[in-house]
Design a protein around this ligand. Structure first.
Ligand SMILES: [Zn+2]
Length: 440
C-alpha cells in the first residue's frame, strides 16, 4: 500500500470500531470512496494526490444525525417557548401548509451546509417534498436516509395520503442503488396516522425492504390520545398492528414504560434520542440508559431546527451526556465514549448503514471528519472522547470527507455555495414572516 487518492495523517484516529481502537500518530488512506489503510505511521510511507495534515488533531468517523426535519432550518427561532401542540397546530402546521418544493430545497441546502460545517456526514430526514431533500443531499454530497411524511390530513405536497404512498414508492424506485441517498417509509406518528395508514405504511416498507420511521411516545398528550382512542400505550398499539420489528426506527421514545422497553428490545426496534428537542418542548427525558442497558440500538438526533434550534451534534452529545447524569444523580451514566458511539457507529446501526459508515475501518466508505484541537478551549487534551463531548463544538471541525469526496477543506465548503444559500434562505424567511403575519 503506497499509493492512494487521499491521505490524512498526523492525527489521533478514533476508529469507533468494536474495540474502540485509538491510533496515535495515525495515517488513513482512501482509494476511491473506500478506506484502504489505517495505521500508525509517517506520511512518507504512502503517497497520494491529496494530503491532509491533521496537525495533531482528531480524525474520527463523520457524525450521524438520526432524526431531523432538515428544511425546518427556515423556521429556526420562529416560535419558541411554546407547548408542543400549540407550537405544532398554531405555527408549524400552518406555515408548512404554505410551503412548496423550492422552499424545502433551499431549507435543506441550508441544513446540509450547517450539518457538514458541524461534522455531520449522514442524516435521516422526515419531511415534505422529500424528492427535493434527496436532491439537495446529493448536491451537498451527504449520505442520507429520507422519506416523505405520511399523515391523515392533506399534505401540501401530495394532497390525499393515497398519493403520499405513490410518491413514496416513486422515491424508492428513483433512488434505488444510489451511493448516498436511501429512502424510508415515514408515517408521522401514532396520533396523526390512523390504523389503516400505519398498516399500509408497514406493508410498503416490508415489501420494499426499506426502513419504517415514526415519532413514538414523544409527549404525554400522545399517551392520553392513544389511550382515549384505543385504550393502549403507543408502543403496544404499534405492536398490535404488527409494526414492531428490526425495520422500525422509533424517534424520541420519551414516555415508554418498562414493559414497552421490553417490547422494543424484544422486537429489535431502533430508537433515536433527541435530548435538546425533548428539553426545549418540555416533552420529558427518554429512559436512554435503561434502553441501552437492555441492548436496544440508540442513535442521536437533533430533530428539526424549530425545536432545537441548530443541527450541531456536538451540542447534542454534550446535552445527552449531562441530562441523564443530572436526572439519575449519577455522573457515571452516559459516559463520553458511549455518547460518541451513539453519534457514530450506533447511529449507523440504527439507520442500517453499519456496513458502510459509522466507524473507520478498512473496506468501509470514507466518511470522516478532522477536528482541529490547536485552540485555547481544547488545550490540553488528556482524553479525546471527553474533548469531543464536553469541550469541542461543531465549529472545531476543519475537514470533512464523505464517500471519499472532500466536502469541506479548511472550513470551506466545496460542494455548496454558502453565500448563495444564505441569500436564498433570507428571501424565504420573508415569505415565512408574511405567512405568520408577525414581526412587522
Ligand atoms: Zn421530529
Amino acid at each position: 500500500m503506497n499509493q492512494a487518492d487521499i491521505l490524512v495523517y498526523n492525527g489521533t484516529i478514533l476508529t469507533m470500531d468494536d474495540q474502540n481502537k485509538i491510533i496515535p500518530d495515525g495515517l488513513l488512506a482512501i482509494s476511491g470512496n473506500t478506506i484502504h489503510h489505517i495505521g500508525r505511521g509517517e506520511k512518507g510511507s504512502v503517497s497520494a494526490e491529496k494530503e491532509f495534515d491533521a496537525e495533531g488533531g482528531l480524525i474520527l468517523p463523520g457524525l450521524i444525525n438520526c432524526h431531523t426535519h432538515a428544511a425546518m432550518t427556515l423556521f429556526r427561532g420562529l416560535a419558541d417557548d411554546l407547548p408542543l401542540m400549540d407550537w405544532l397546530n398554531n405555527y408549524i402546521f400552518p406555515v408548512e401548509g404554505k410551503m412548496d418544493d423550492d422552499f424545502v430545497r433551499v431549507g435543506t441546502l441550508l441544513a446540509c451546509a450547517e450539518m457538514i460545517m458541524s461534522g455531520t456526514t449522514t442524516f435521516c430526514d422526515m419531511y415534505l417534498f422529500e424528492e427535493e431533500v434527496a436532491r439537495a443531499a446529493k448536491e451537498a454530497g451527504m449520505r442520507c436516509l429520507v422519506g416523505e411524511v405520511l399523515y391523515d390530513f392533506p399534505s401540501p405536497n401530495y394532497g390525499r395520503v393515497e398519493n403520499g404512498f405513490i410518491y413514496t414508492e416513486a422515491l424508492i424506485e428513483r433512488w434505488n442503488g444510489d451511493s448516498l441517498i436511501n429512502i424510508a417509509v415515514e408515517p408521522h406518528s401514532t396520533f396523526t396516522c390512523g390504523v389503516e395508514l400505519l398498516v399500509k405504511a408497514n406493508d410498503l416498507a416490508l415489501r420494499k425492504g426499506v426502513p419504517l420511521i415514526i415519532h413514538l411516545a414523544e409527549t404525554r398528550q400522545e399517551l392520553e390520545e392513544i389511550d382515549k382512542r384505543f385504550g393502549k400505550r403507543p408502543a403496544q398499539h404499534l405492536k398490535d398492528l404488527g409494526l414492531l420489528g428490526p425495520h422500525l426506527i422509533a424517534d424520541h421514545c420519551v414516555h415508554v414504560s418498562k414493559s414497552e422497553i421490553e417490547l422494543i428490545a424484544d422486537h429489535k426496534v431502533s430508537v433515536v434520542h433527541d435530548p435538546e428537542s425533548n428539553m426545549k418542548l418540555a416533552s420529558g427525558i427518554a429512559p436512554v440508559p435503561e434502553m441501552i442497558a437492555r441492548g436496544i440500538r440508540v442513535g442521536l438526533g437533533t430533530d428539526g431546527c424549530a425545536s432545537n434550534n441548530n443541527l450541531d451534534l456536538f451540542g447534542e452529545m454534550d446535552m445527552a451526556a449531562k441530562l441523564h447524569k443530572a436526572q439519575k444523580l449519577d455522573p457515571t451514566v452516559m459516559d463520553a465514549q458511549t455518547i460518541i458511539r451513539m453519534a457514530t457507529i450506533d447511529g449507523a446501526r440504527v439507520l442500517g448503514f453499519e456496513e458502510l459508515t459509522g466507524s473507520l475501518e478498512v473496506g468501509k466508505r470514507a466518511d470522516l471528519i478532522v477536528i482541529d484541537i490547536n485552540k485555547p478551549h481544547l488545550i490540553p487534551m488528556y482524553n479525546p472522547y471527553s474533548h469531543i463531548v464536553y469541550a469541542a463544538s461543531g465549529h472545531d471541525v476543519i475537514h470533512s470527507i464523505i464517500d471519499g469526496r472532500i466536502v469541506m477543506e479548511d472550513r470551506r465548503l466545496l460542494t455548496l455555495d454558502v453565500e448563495d444559500i444564505i441569500g436564498r434562505s433570507k428571501e424565504k424567511s420573508k415569505k415565512v414572516r408574511e405567512w405568520v403575519g408577525v414581526f412587522d
